[in-house]
Design a protein around this ligand. Structure first.
Ligand SMILES: *Cc1c(COP(=O)(O)O)cnc(C)c1O
Length: 361
C-alpha cells in the first residue's frame, strides 16, 4: 500500500517516479541465471545502446553512481600514471576524492563553484602532463552547471592514451549526450536522477578502450572489476546478483523514453529550464550558474531575496511538494528546483505558482 500523504519530489534526486514505473518493479522475481534473465538483459542492452547513442556496450551494476566512480577510477588509471579531474562543485570534488582514496595520482583543474570548465583550460593542462584519463561531470547537480562535454572531449581526443570519463548522473536523458559521436569512453549514471527510476542501479556506456586499459591495471578490485563485468555481459549476465526489479522498471522506462524520443526529451528539459530561469529572474533572483551553462535538468537559484528556505519548503510541503534547500555549503544561499526525469511542464507550472504564493505571503 502506498502512502496517501506523498509529497511529489522536486529535489534533484531521488526524483519523482511514475506509478507505471513503480508498478513494473512488482513483476514476479526470476533467477539471474535463467534464460528469462538473459533475454531481459539482452533487450536492455539494445535499449541502453540507443539511449547512450553508443554501439559498444552498457554496464549495469547494482550500486549507486558512486560505485561506478570507484570502478572508473580503479580500472582506467594505471598506478604509475596520473588522472586529471575537473572540479567545480560538490560532485566533481567527490569523484576526485574517490580517485585519491583508491591510491591514484590526481591533478585537478578547479574552478569556483558555479563556473563551467572550458576546453581551453583542459587543452592547456594536457600540453603539460600526460594523463591516463580526464574525469569530469556533465551536469554538476550542486550548482546547476552543465559543462560543454562535446567541446572538452574534442580537445582530449587527440591524446590516445587519455580516456574520457564523464559523470552524467543528473544529465543523461535530460541533457544532450552522444557517447560515440562525442568520443566519450565512459558515460556513467545512476537510476534515481534524470533516468527517473528508484535508486539502486548504476549504468555506464563503456568503450573498447576502457576494456583494453583495464587489462593493463593489475588490481582492479573485485565488485567493480570491469573485465569480470564485461565477461558476464558477453553472456547476457552479471557477475553477482543484480537488482532485477529495477531492471524490469528500466526496460519499461527506456521504452517510454525512446517513444518520446531523445531529442524531444532534451527539448522538454530545455523548455523547463527556460521556464524556471525566467521565473527566477522575473522575481528578482539570479541564477547561481554562469550564464551560457545553465542546466536543462536542475536550476540553482541564488537566494538574492534572502527568503527563508526552511519556511519555503514547509509552505511547499503544504502544496504537496518536497523542495530542495540548497546543497552542502550552498544551503540557504541557493535553493534548487529540479526539472529532471519525467517532470512535465504542467507540474513545473504548479511548483512555480506555489512558490509565487509563498513569495506573496
Ligand atoms: C547524485 C550524483 C552523484 C552520486 O550519485 P549516487 O547515485 O548518489 O551515488 C554523482 N554525480 C552527480 C553529478 C550527482 O548528481
Amino acid at each position: 500500500m502506498r502512502n496517501d500523504n506523498h509529497k511529489r519530489l522536486v529535489i534533484p534526486g531521488p526524483v519523482e517516479v511514475r506509478p507505471e514505473i513503480l508498478e513494473a518493479q512488482t513483476e514476479w522475481m526470476i533467477g539471474h541465471r535463467s534464460t528469462a534473465f538473459a533475454e531481459l538483459f539482452a533487450r536492455l542492452q539494445e535499449l541502453l545502446k540507443q539511449a547512450f547513442l553508443t554501439q559498444s556496450r552498457v554496464f549495469l551494476v547494482g550500486a549507486s553512481g558512486t560505485g561506478l566512480w570507484e570502478g572508473a577510477s580503479r580500472n582506467c588509471i594505471r598506478d604509475d600514471r596520473k588522472v586529471l579531474h575537473l572540479v567545480g562543485g560538490a560532485f566533481s570534488e567527490r569523484w576526485a576524492h574517490v580517485s585519491r582514496a583508491n591510491g591514484k595520482q590526481v591533478d585537478v583543474i578547479e574552478v569556483p563553484w558555479g563556473r563551467a570548465h572550458t576546453p581551453e583550460m583542459v587543452a592547456e593542462a594536457l600540453k603539460k602532463e600526460r594523463y591516463d584519463a580526464v574525469c569530469f561531470v556533465h551536469n554538476e547537480t550542486s550548482t546547476g552547471v552543465t559543462n560543454p562535454v562535446r567541446e572538452i572531449a574534442e580537445v582530449i581526443r587527440p591524446y590516445e592514451e587519455t580516456l574520457i570519463l564523464v559523470d552524467t548522473v543528473s544529465g543523461w536523458l535530460g541533457a544532450e549526450l552522444r557517447a560515440d559521436e562525442w568520443g566519450i569512453d565512459m558515460a556513467l549514471t545512476s537510476s534515481q536522477k534524470a533516468f527517473a527510476l528508484p535508486p539502486g542501479l548504476a549504468l555506464a556506456s563503456v568503450s573498447d578502450r576502457v576494456i583494453e586499459r583495464a587489462k593493463q591495471v593489475p588490481y582492479r578490485g573485485y565488485y567493480f572489476d570491469f573485465l569480470e563485468i564485461e565477461a558476464g555481459l558477453q553472456k547476457n549476465n552479471t557477475p553477482s546478483t543484480p537488482p532485477i526489479s529495477l531492471m524490469f522498471a528500466a526496460e519499461r522506462q527506456l521504452q517510454d523514453v525512446l517513444a518520446e524520443g531523445l531529442e524531444n526529451r532534451w527539448k522538454r528539459h530545455l523548455y523547463m529550464r527556460d521556464m524556471t530561469t525566467t521565473w527566477a529572474i522575473d522575481r528578482g533572483f539570479s541564477i547561481f550558474a554562469q550564464e551560457g551553462y545553465w542546466s536543462p535538468t536542475v536550476t540553482a537559484v541564488s537566494n538574492d531575496r534572502g527568503i527563508d528556505v526552511n519556511e519555503m519548503a514547509k509552505f511547499m510541503a503544504g502544496k504537496g511538494f518536497t523542495m530542495d534547500k540548497g546543497y552542502g555549503k550552498l544551503k540557504g544561499k541557493t535553493f534548487r528546483i529540479a526539472h529532471m526525469g519525467d517532470m512535465q511542464v504542467a507540474t513545473l507550472e504548479e511548483v512555480l505558482s506555489g512558490l509565487d504564493e509563498f513569495l506573496a505571503a
